[in-house]
Design a binder for this molecule. Structure first.
Ligand SMILES: Cc1cc2nc3c(=O)[nH]c(=O)nc-3n(C[C@H](O)[C@H](O)[C@H](O)COP(=O)(O)OP(=O)(O)OC[C@H]3O[C@@H](n4cnc5c(N)ncnc54)[C@H](O)[C@@H]3O)c2cc1C
Length: 414
């Protein structure tokens, strides 16, 4: 009997990089999988991401920073095999570029900060080398002669998330994952005994399954039917990026170049992602002239040739952030509920590892190790468990919140 005539073993809510990666892996473990996506697969935050696989660039101080680094390094190590397996399964490239990253300082203050960053990475045993301006320009001739210092991070690479999403979508379909697009889930169904029994769609249809994975990105907090104690605090952090294209083809940069206010990430085809703002504006998805201006102004100081590139797109994504910047991966307070969300700035990097962990949880083969404990949905106390709610019933292109004109950009990051 065809797979989709039977009740699924697991329902996945959301077809971003996380939901699709989990679906693909769960299907490979023999589960019958149905994915519900309220729009088209891959139309959420994942398609806006720059695609840096950059645990060394992203490293932060503190306990949560150490856990995030551990997660990032583990997932970065999985990426090459994940990419080749996915390319073979989908017969599509995922655009993995193993060309490394340069962190660049433009003035004396930034150079001092970079020296501290180098010492910090050295103390963690990470692969980072100090590079004089002349050496940096030998590596990347497009860098401005005025740069003060650079760090070479040869292990931080990149993929093209849009290619990854397309490849995951076809790998899932080839493997008989049931993918239901334009089918938004309004809430989960919970039995009187407190176990998940399925989901209800906005259209009213109910679909039953013993397990539900919530991979709805920044919208994961908005599902109906969950008791208060099982909610998680995911909030949107807006990011704007410019897609640029070099009419002369590839070659302006080989490596991703990161600087204090942003990054410029090359693709193999001569296109670039210039990003990305970090804005606490709720579910506002308006793209702004100010963001485009600031991104280009800051990048131009370090890579003057950016001005010659053509603008293809200005796009906006909402990063799913948590109070400690760690993802939420693990079984929820309701039996049969599994969270796979809150990946904030690192969802592309963490997709292979998340898929492995969630599949392990679904098949009861994943040991609850220290790392998984750091991502536990239960780590948030009562006060934190009230996420900002998306506008009901779901994102609606015609009802975008009014653009706020006077808020300055807070910071820039992945
Ligand atoms: C500007 C920017 C740059 C970034 N750069 C990087 C980077 O370089 N490297 C990196 O690792 N990460 C990066 N990120 C972070 C990364 O994009 C996210 O962490 C990741 O995309 C999250 O994936 P996701 O699948 O959880 O969410 P999404 O891709 O948003 O997928 C969630 C899906 O769920 C669907 N959905 C929501 N609610 C429902 C519902 N009720 N029913 C059905 N479907 C629903 C949505 O439509 C969406 O398709 C960046 C993010 C931004 C914004």
């Amino acid at each position: 009997m065809p797979t989709r005539a039977k009740r699924p073993d697991v329902i996945i809510i959301g077809a971003g990089i996380i939901g699709l990666a989990v679906a693909w892996r769960a299907r490979q473990r023999g589960m019958r999988v149905t994915v519900f996506e309220r729009e088209a697969a891959g139309s959420g935050t994942s398609r806006v991401a720059a695609g840096m696989l950059a645990p060394v660039s992203e490293v932060e101080f503190g306990e949560a920073g150490a856990r995030l680094l551990e997660l990032g390094l583990r997932s970065a190590a999985l990426w090459p095999a994940f990419a080749s397996e996915l390319e073979a399964a989908s017969r599509q490239s995922v655009g993995l570029l193993r060309t490394g990253t340069l962190l660049v300082a433009r003035d004396a203050d930034e150079a001092r900060a970079l020296e501290r960053q180098l010492a910090f990475r050295g103390s963690l045993g990470l692969n980072a080398t100090r590079v004089r301006p002349s050496q940096a320009r030998e590596l990347e001739p497009a860098l401005a002669p005025t740069i003060r210092l650079a760090l070479d991070l040869p292990d931080d690479h990149s993929v093209d998330p849009r290619l990854v999403l397309a490849a995951l979508r076809s790998a899932c379909l080839n493997d008989e994952v049931e993918l239901r697009e334009r089918a938004g889930v309004s809430g989960v169904l919970v039995s009187d005994g407190g176990a998940i029994t399925g989901v209800e769609l906005h259209a009213g249809e109910r679909v039953l399954a013993p397990a539900v994975v919530v991979a709805a990105g920044t919208w994961s907090g908005g599902l109906d039917g969950l008791p208060a104690e099982s909610r998680i605090p995911v909030r949107p952090v807006k990011g704007q990026t410019l897609r640029l294209r070099d009419p002369a083809g590839p070659g302006l940069l080989r490596r991703a170049v990161r600087f204090e206010e942003g990054y410029l990430v090359p693709r193999a085809d001569g296109s670039y992602v210039l990003g990305g703002t970090m804005e606490e504006r709720g579910f506002d998805e308006a793209s702004t002239a100010g963001a485009a201006y600031e991104l280009l102004r800051d990048c131009h100081e370090l890579v003057p040739g950016v001005s010659e590139l053509e603008i293809a797109e200005l796009c906006v994504g909402l990063r799913p952030a948590t109070p400690d910047n760690l993802p939420v991966i693990g079984a929820g307070a309701v039996e049969g509920l599994v969270w796979a969300t809150g990946h904030f700035r690192n969802g592309i990097l963490l997709a292979p590892l998340t898929a492995e962990l969630v599949t392990g949880i679904l098949t009861a083969t994943q040991p609850n190790d220290r790392l998984l404990a750091a991502c536990a949905p239960s780590r948030f106390g009562e006060a934190l468990r009230r996420p900002e709610q998306p506008p009901a019933p779901a994102r609606d292109q015609d009802e975008a919140p009014a653009r706020r004109r006077n808020g300055a950009r807070a910071a820039v990051g992945l």
